[in-house]
Write a protein that binds this ligand. Structure first.
Ligand SMILES: [Fe+2]
Length: 516
């Protein structure tokens, strides 16, 4: 969207109004302080990414994700208890370096204003936990550019004027800004597909199975975000433990707890088994409409980030006889085939897929799908041979997926390149794509379910699987980085920050020559 005259006036007014908003400039320092304190940060607004604790104010549970074109847009989602407050947001191009604050915003170029979609949400029969779920989108932004934004107010008058309503700005805020504005937050758009960020390294946190209780990895994730040292987060299912509990307040606490990260760094999700209650109702309510290029209920989505194309999908479709379970088995497979076929590997040589339940894992104390000879996620439906079984390992092979990440097992494991149980190679050089080839010939699999939850860890038992390169039991999360020729992954200990496992998949520079 362009910046018209009324727009600029609105921006100036809004910038002045923002200065009056308590705590508006404190987003980064508060997040940093919370991280330095070492506490989990769950359960309240202190140090949170939005100003209010759950249930106490107009903006809570604020988080972001990339738009359908991550280089050009992003979206924000939040909750409000106040149905009467006009809803909307404002986005400015961030001016200069340093922390976001009023002077930066005042000097920054306004780029977009808009209203937000509002849906009423309640859970529980006797105890409704009523709240309003809001989502807003910014499009037409510049790639690899820092923006600051605030949500909550529509910066116009109540009759629909001003930026939120499309009419003329009359200089009057619709409501008192101090009653409805969030803190200021930053968002950096993705580089153009195929390009690397110009000013910061590409670093994506990867983990599953992080809950409110025992969510060990959160302080370090908050510290990384506060230091502007994190590009994005991929949470591979099992959020909050459990989102629906306490009439959905467990979701409130979780989303407020991760907000210091997610309000400033795109936070991408796919569903896990812990989201399955009542046909994934709480997950769908909170995330539908917030993921780029998403399927129904945010069950799957995909996007480019620099030289990597990411896809998150639902392993849960095989396990629940509901509309968003079995009802989506063929639809998701069909979408995934079409989506993977459309990936331009000359721009994004790396293809990384994620789904909650892994396809390969070594023995532990669980009896999970990945231990089965016929894994539903890996092999598909147990149908006679002549049918298309709609499993995903064949699809990863067909579309030359480099890395597939699962979670669910509360531990960390890395495989050698593997397909149909056959390992491509072990030891030094196993992750180096030979000259003249464009991928390893088999997919590398990870289990990344050790972020921390109330079910603790799942200790490995007995001997590792023949496909296993490394398996670990400690709590932590992954950090993925990429250039055109290297896809690197580090598993980080949650407490010490020590890298406890790392590997790099390489491709020859000639493998995916960029198209002219
Ligand atoms: Fe799980």
């Amino acid at each position: 969207m362009g910046a018209g005259a009324g727009f600029l006036l609105a921006a100036a007014a809004a910038a002045g109004l923002l200065a009056a908003a308590p705590g508006a400039a404190a987003a980064r320092p508060a997040a940093a302080a919370a991280a330095a304190g070492g506490g989990g940060g769950w359960g309240g607004g202190a140090g949170g990414g939005s100003r209010a604790p759950p249930g106490a104010g107009p903006v809570e549970q604020l988080r972001t994700a990339y738009g359908d074109d991550p280089a050009r847009g992003f979206r924000a989602a939040w909750s409000s208890r106040d149905a009467s407050a006009p809803s909307g947001w404002a986005v400015w191009r961030r001016a200069g370096a340093g922390l976001p604050g009023h002077p930066l915003v005042a000097a920054g170029e306004p780029v977009t204003f808009g209203g937000a979609q509002v849906r009423r949400h309640s859970e529980g029969v006797l105890d409704a936990n009523v709240q309003w779920l809001l989502t807003a989108r910014a499009d037409g932004l510049e790639p690899d550019t820092d923006y600051v934004y605030a949500v909550g107010c529509r910066f116009g008058n109540a009759e629909g004027g001003g930026a939120g309503g499309g009419g003329a700005w009359d200089g009057r805020p619709a409501v008192r800004p101090e009653d409805c504005l969030s803190a200021l937050h930053t968002f950096t758009t993705a580089p153009r597909p195929g390009e690397l960020p110009g000013r910061k390294p590409l670093r994506v946190a990867v983990y599953g199975d992080m809950g409110v209780k025992n969510g060990r990895s959160l302080p370090r994730l908050k510290a990384l975000a506060a230091a502007e040292n994190l590009t994005a987060v991929m949470h591979v299912g099992d959020l909050a433990y459990n989102m629906w509990e306490d009439s959905g307040r467990r979701s409130d606490v979780f989303l407020e707890g991760v907000s210091p990260v997610a309000a400033n760094v795109p936070y991408h999700v796919c569903p896990g088994n812990h989201e399955s209650f009542r046909d994934f109702a709480e997950y769908r309510a909170r995330f539908d409409g917030t993921m780029p290029n998403q399927g129904p209920g945010a069950m799957w989505h995909g996007f480019d980030l620099g030289p990597v194309h990411f896809v998150m999908f639902s392993s849960e479709v095989f396990f629940y006889s509901s509309r968003h379970g079995w009802g989506l088995v063929p639809a998701q497979h069909r979408w995934m085939r079409q989506h993977l076929a459309a990936v331009d590997r000359t721009k994004t040589p790396w293809l990384v897929t994620m789904a909650h339940r892994p396809m390969y894992c070594s023995p532990n104390d669980d009896l999970d799908d990945c231990h089965e000879r016929h894994s539903l996620v890996r092999n598909g439906l147990p149908l006679p041979f002549k049918f298309n079984k709609l499993g995903y390992e064949e699809l990863l092979q067909e579309f030359r997926v480099d890395l597939h990440v699962g979670a669910h097992e509360h531990s960390y494991e890395r495989t050698w390149p593997v397909f149909r149980g056959k390992v491509g190679g072990k030891g030094a050089g196993a992750y180096d794509t030979p000259a003249g080839h464009d991928w390893l010939g088999k997919t590398v699999h990870l289990v990344a379910g050790a972020a921390g939850c109330r079910e603790n860890t799942d200790p490995w038992l007995g001997k590792p699987g023949h496909f296993s390169a490394t398996r670990l039991n400690g709590y932590g999360f992954g950090l993925l980085s990429a250039s055109r020729t290297e896809l690197a992954f580090e598993q980080v200990d949650h407490a010490t920050g020590e890298v406890v496992d790392s590997f790099t998949i390489t491709k020859p520079a000639s493998a995916f020559a960029e198209a002219d």
